[in-house]
Write a protein that binds this ligand. Structure first.
Ligand SMILES: NC(=O)C1=CN([C@@H]2O[C@H](COP(=O)(O)OP(=O)(O)OC[C@H]3O[C@@H](n4cnc5c(N)ncnc54)[C@H](OP(=O)(O)O)[C@@H]3O)[C@@H](O)[C@H]2O)C=CC1
Ligand SMILES: Nc1nc2c(ncn2[C@@H]2O[C@H](COP(=O)(O)O)[C@@H](O)[C@H]2O)c(=O)[nH]1
Ligand SMILES: [K+]
Length: 493
């Protein structure tokens, strides 16, 4: 990456800068490869933050199916993390995980799980047992969100079905294009028909497929481990026995370990990191958060291969206002990515991403991947309950990992005096409503938007891979008016 003119002497964030188009020989945006090449098997440069309100097993599986990786937060108990990792590994790679409800459940029960949007559906079955594979004969049908939203809240799902469920054998779906055509044929016949089909293998329900997910199969490559299962990362804090926890997570199947604390450039981090690295688990070790080249050198020396970069840019983060500490994120990524590259390490740009352009700029600055928290908290797949406000808008609650709420949860087991001492240092927002975008209620919809923006960014720069993009990105400085000019007009003059 280079700047138009001299390298600025003031630190910059994403809205301060823009990318200049340059001559390109890349023929199509679909010819672009987005793989981060950072030692994980991710095929997209997107990571879901290790925040309690962002990453749970459901979001982790969906993101990995499209090529990203999610990090389970360190606040999960170790047995809960092990269960979550196993659950992700059990999920289908080529189809969507079915959300199965009993025929006796109501429309309101279903709409607590899925947003009212195209492509969202639930499978209705006789007496499903949670966690157990479902015999295909018990499947009664599929109901789409739009149908569920058009009936009374207390309508029973079993009463809303008509006709036999659309079932497709998994063996018929080997070719992605053919799969799309099969789904179209199976969901085409009447206006009330479900938007998804059930996929069956050896008489058991193994997944569902909508038109949109069949199309996504043709565009994305799933992020897989060496056994062909979806990948997931897991975080450990720096207090307690970090090495023992890391060993247990690796044994459970975690594909990357994230050693994480607010101030990553501290002795406690270096000791925890060295203890984890000494285990030689053969997994990428991510560590942070830091914002300086010095931090990179110390953490790489202690065993990190990926640095988590960002202090204060996060949407739930009050660190900069409480402490004045941090660094505008574009410059933090630029400096650390250069230092990391010299050492054969990589950077995940963590926090402050609000638009696809921010992801493109983080990558232009040299990051191999970009971590997203709050944006992904406002999706159907994040862990919280889907709620509806007084105006009918759907939202989820989100909160910072250093907020009073998170600290109370983390240290609930301590005696009241110790807990009160911990609560002194809150550096995050305890409760925020993150509204679902009605056009993009799923994390996959956001991934579609971000990756289409990225594919286009790359071709404007004349790059067909991330490595090329790092080299070819040409960056300029802009005024606040320049940034404002780039926004679309929301209504009219
Ligand atoms: N990216 C960012 O800007 C930030 C991210 N976070 C996130 O919040 C979560 C909780 O992290 P954290 O609060 O570090 O909790 P941890 O449980 O990881 O503990 C941090 C340890 O470091 C010590 N410490 C010393 N100086 C600091 C400091 N300036 N800030 C924080 N701890 C310090 C603490 O001791 P003692 O409590 O006695 O001081 C404690 O022992 C993590 O997920 C982290 O990534 C939090 C803040 C900023
Ligand atoms: N200072 C704080 N930073 C926090 C807190 N909780 C999370 N985080 C950081 O933010 C990013 C996600 O950023 P976003 O803009 O996408 O939401 C996350 O990965 C952490 O590094 C907090 O309480 N305080
Ligand atoms: K902030």
């Amino acid at each position: 990456m280079d700047f138009i003119g001299a390298m600025p002497t003031v630190d910059l964030t994403y809205s301060d800068v823009f990318l200049v188009p340059r001559r390109s020989e890349v023929r199509s945006r679909l010819d672009v490869t987005l793989s981060p090449g950072d030692g994980t098997s991710a095929t997209l440069p997107l990571v879901a933050s290790n925040m309690n309100s962002v990453t749970g097993p459901r979001l982790a599986a969906v993101l990995a199916r499209r090529g990203g990786i999610a990090v389970l937060p360190q606040d999960m108990a170790i047995d809960e993390m092990e269960r979550a990792i196993r659950w992700v590994k059990d999920q289908p790679v080529a189809f969507d995980t079915p959300l199965v409800l009993a025929s006796t459940a109501t429309a309101a029960d279903a709409l607590r799980l899925i947003p009212r949007a195209e492509g969202q559906s639930v499978v209705v079955a006789d007496q499903p047992v949670p966690g157990e594979k479902l015999d295909a004969r018990a499947v009664k049908g599929v109901l789409s969100a739009s149908r569920l939203a058009s009936v009374p809240d207390d309508a029973r799902l079993g009463d809303l079905l008509h006709g036999a469920p659309a079932l497709i054998e998994a063996t018929e779906l080997t070719d992605s294009r053919a799969a799309f055509d099969l789904v179209v044929a199976a969901t085409n016949d009447d206006a009330d028909a479900a938007e998804s089909v059930c996929v069956v293998e050896n008489g058991v329900l193994v997944g569902v497929l909508s038109r949109r997910s069949a199309l996504r199969r043709t565009i994305y490559a799933p992020a897989l481990d060496s056994d062909g299962r979806l990948i997931v990362a897991a975080a450990v804090g720096i207090n307690g026995d970090a090495a023992a926890k890391a060993r247990a997570l690796a044994a459970a199947g975690a594909n990357a370990l994230v050693v994480d604390t607010a101030h990553g450039h501290q002795g406690g981090m270096l000791r925890a990191l060295a203890a984890v690295a000494d285990l030689s688990l053969g997994l990428p070790i991510v560590a942070g958060n830091i914002v300086t080249a010095d931090g990179v050198r110390d953490l790489v020396a202690a065993g990190a291969s990926i640095l988590k970069v960002g202090v204060g840019p996060g949407a739930m983060c009050t660190t900069r206002m409480m402490t004045a500490v941090g660094r505008p994120q574009f410059s933090a990524v630029l400096e650390t990515a250069q230092a990391a590259r010299e050492l054969g390490a990589h950077v995940w740009a963590d926090g402050g991403v609000r638009y696809p352009r921010d992801v493109a700029l983080a990558l232009a600055a040299g990051a191999s991947s970009v971590m997203i928290g709050s944006w992904f908290a406002g999706t159907a797949e994040s862990p919280g309950e889907l709620r509806t406000d007084e105006n009918g808008r759907q939202f989820k609650e989100s909160w910072g990992m250093a907020s009073t709420k998170a600290v109370q949860g983390r240290f609930g087991g301590l005696d009241p005096y110790e807990r009160a001492r911990k609560e002194l240092f809150a550096e995050g927002i305890s409760s925020s409503k993150i509204y679902l975008d009605p056009q993009r209620p799923s994390v996959e919809d956001l991934v579609d938007m971000i990756t289409s923006g990225l594919r286009s960014s790359f071709t404007y720069a004349g790059a067909d891979s991330l490595q090329e993009f790092h080299l070819r990105a040409h960056v300029g400085l802009q005024s606040a008016a320049g940034y404002e000019e780039g926004k679309a007009l929301p209504v009219s003059w």
